[in-house]
Design a binder for this molecule. Structure first.
Ligand code: ADP
Ligand code: MG
Length: 610
């Protein structure tokens, strides 16, 4: 019997409807697309009119460029865009996210009426489209610009329409989108009406006035400006003072090249900058604009383009984090901090490579690059002044007489208000087995023992890793472990890395492995834990790529190895810990960015005692 062929091409209409589901999920998605089109058309005044939370009507009226009759018709075709002409544009284009799909998608799932006119034309064009079908096209009288009405969204996709949430919820989504676009374009005047009532009337202004207009007067006194330039990105905008932090999220805005994005990663970089200033659960307010070479951003990760991937995400993290700390410090909200880059960041190619002349010129004025740069290297944190100072501090501690023979430059450094000028005394005090307190001339130094050990181990392992040799010790009783098949595949992949840090693990068939050797000093019984952790890391790796694997592995090993409490029971052990810590290139932070030690100044101590 002949089996009939089964493959059919989907009709344009069905294809558009499917695509529409991706781009247009709810009325707010249409709002976003239409507002952005108005902005892209160079409008200086934009009005948004919605009825029934956008279910009945989403209308955007702009005074932008308008369209010719042909363009008006073309604009509803899939992949019709005036914004990308060739493949290079894809990378160069600053206003990102054009796929020429929005209008086609909207027209597939709604009844659309468009009126548009170019400045140079006498008459405009009126177009009526219902579910991709052009019902009417005629000349009409209309002001320069575009007036587009999207009625009865999802009228032909009942399942979708049914899926929409309550009017309150849908309208909240609309206001969210409106807010984002309005924040990104303070120079444009916006108005928003809902069911005939005006909700927002935003004058053209600057970012500060826009924030206050949109979010409320209370923000006025709580805004701290951020403005940094580096060779990788520029950061501008405002962050809130710690007291403006809220218990719920919502007032956090990132814009990459002026388009709103979400990024848990970048959010972390900002909140981390508030460490110690706001509660752990609180969300700091921020409206931050990151400008970055579009070639370094991948915007097509998510169809609605709110999630992006960066080429140098860790470097961005550091810059953003430092920018926040700097802004807070400059406004005397936080004490001046050291802006040091972690070793992981230092090893990035973009950090290691010397800057080009152009980059140098561009960034020389910038605060961040001045902090991070030294001697022709892009921004080699190890050489940052404050860090050098910690090293001197360590050196002084090692030889008490050294204090008297400081060269003039160090003397100068010691006069700097922000530097902690002192030497480490040999007296240490163990607090609850977890912390070391040692007196220094200007006060007390508090050291988190486990974190210090973690840092020391990490740098030792990193060095060994780079040298390609790690001390390994053979187990007296090799340990056998059986894994789930999926886990075995993952472990197989990691075996070479594990071998490089001292694990001698051999496959034994049937998803079974035998651990014959482990890194020297790994506490007994930790073998299996390490393996489980490695597998767990690998499972979650995909999102970030494999480049960080070795560093993560090292950080993880450092964590395992640093659980040795006995080493610091004796004063000699304590002194060794301090010596080793300050021999590190980054004594201040653990590999994952936790603070290792802190200083309490004499004045602060006196203050505590009134
Ligand atoms: P994209 O914005 O990705 O190019 P759209 O489907 O949103 O795709 O729009 C298609 C095209 O229609 C745009 O490239 C632009 O040329 C034109 N267009 C859409 N909206 C407007 C508007 N408000 N004013 C002028 N031209 C517009
Ligand atoms: Mg568009």
């Amino acid at each position: 019997m002949q089996v009939p062929d089964v493959i059919q091409l989907l009709s344009d209409h069905i294809a558009n409807q499917i695509a529409a589901g991706e781009v247009i999920q709810r009325p707010a998605s249409a709002v976003k697309e239409l507002l952005e089109n108005a902005i892209d058309a160079g409008a200086t005044e934009v009005q948004l009119v919605v009825k029934d939370a956008g279910k009945e009507l989403v209308q955007v009226i702009d005074n932008g460029s308008g369209m010719s009759p042909t363009d008006a018709r073309m604009s509803f075709e899939r992949h019709a865009t005036s914004k990308i002409k060739n493949i290079e544009d894809l990378f160069k284009i600053r206003t990102m996210g054009f796929r020429g799909e929005a209008l086609a998608s909207i027209a597939a799932v709604a009844q659309v009426e468009l009126k548009t006119k170019k400045e140079s034309d006498d008459t405009g064009t009126k177009l009526v489209i219902e579910g991709t079908e052009v019902k009417l096209q005629e000349a009409c009288a209309t002001p320069t610009g575009t007036n587009i009405m999207v009625k009865n969204l999802f009228f032909n996709v009942p399942a979708r329409r049914h899926f929409l949430k309550s009017n309150t919820t849908e309208f909240r989504h609309i206001v969210d989108e409106f807010t984002r676009v309005a924040l990104a374009h303070p120079e444009v005047a916006f108005r928003l009406w809902h069911n005939g009532a005006e909700q927002f009337h935003l004058q053209s202004g600057n970012l500060k006035t826009r924030i206050v207009e949109l979010l409320g007067k209370s923000y006025e006194k709580n805004l701290v400006p951020v403005a940094e330039e580096t060779e990788l990105l520029n950061i501008n905008g405002f962050i809130g003072k710690p007291e403006a932090a809220t218990r719920t999220r919502g007032m956090q805005f990132f814009f990459i090249n002026n388009r709103f994005i979400r990024s848990a990663y970048l959010h972390h970089a900002v909140s981390n900058g508030y460490e110690g200033l706001i509660e752990k659960e609180a969300f700091p307010f921020y409206v931050l604009f990151l400008e970055i070479d579009p070639a370094r951003v991948d915007v097509n990760v998510h169809p609605t383009k709110q999630e992006v991937k960066f080429e140098d995400d860790r470097l961005m993290y550091s810059y953003l984090n430092a920018a926040v700390k700097h802004a807070l410090a400059r406004y005397n909200i936080a004490p001046s901090l050291d802006f040091t880059l972690s070793p992981e960041i230092q090893s990035l190619p973009s950090v290691q490579l010397p800057m080009t002349e152009r980059q140098r010129e561009e960034t020389e004025r910038g605060y961040l690059s001045n902090t991070f740069s030294k001697g022709g290297q892009a921004h080699f944190a190890e050489k940052s002044d404050s860090l050098k100072h910690w090293k001197e501090l360590y050196a002084i501690a090692a030889s008490p007489s050294a204090e008297k023979v400081q060269p003039a430059t160090e003397q100068a450094a010691l006069h700097n208000e922000n530097e902690i000028s002192t030497s480490i005394n040999k007296n240490t005090l163990l607090v609850q087995g977890a912390m070391l307190v040692t007196t220094v001339k200007s006060g007390l130094m508090l050291i988190h023992i486990r974190r210090a050990q973690e840092r020391i181990w990490y740098e030792r392992l990193l060095q060994e890793w780079n040298n390609g040799s790690t001390a390994s010790q053979q187990l007296l009783f090799p340990m056998q472990c059986e894994l789930a098949p999926q886990d075995a595949i993952l472990l197989n992949e990691a075996l070479p890395d594990l071998a490089r840090i001292g694990f001698d693990i051999v496959p034994f068939g049937q998803n079974t492995y035998v651990v014959q050797g482990v890194p020297t000093d790994l506490p007994a019984g930790e073998e299996r834990n390490v393996i489980d952790e490695v597998i767990d890391e690998l499972k979650h790796e995909s999102a970030e790529g494999t480049t960080k694997r070795s560093e993560k592995l090292l950080a993880q090993m450092a964590r395992r190895l640093s659980r040795n409490k006995h080493a610091i029971q004796q004063p000699e052990g304590q002194q060794t810990l301090i010596d080793e810590l300050f021999a590190c290139s980054q004594p201040e932070y653990t590999p994952d960015g936790k603070k290792v030690f802190t200083m309490v100044r004499k004045e602060e101590l006196e203050e505590m005692l009134g």
